[in-house]
Design a protein around this ligand. Structure first.
Ligand SMILES: [Zn+2]
Length: 69
């Protein structure tokens, strides 16, 4: 299972493999605890993940990450 998360420090949006417990943010080097951060989207499909990341980045830019369209 894959997930889309947003770094709590710098708001960088990235995809993660949810079998891992932590993910280091490639932008600010913050060690993200995947148990504590909100997983914005989940998917089994690796191809879909790329689109979900793009969609989430747009939402973060627009400041409406937690608002449904
Ligand atoms: Zn970060």
């Amino acid at each position: 299972m894959y997930g889309v998360i947003c770094c709590p420090k710098c708001r960088f949006v990235t995809g993660v493999d949810l079998q891992f417990k932590t993910k280091k943010c490639i932008k600010c080097n913050y060690n993200i605890n995947l148990k504590k951060v909100r997983v914005i989207f989940k998917t089994e499909d690796n191809n879909e993940l790329g689109n979900l990341i793009k969609d989430t980045r747009k939402r973060v830019e627009n400041g409406n990450l937690f608002v449904e369209p």
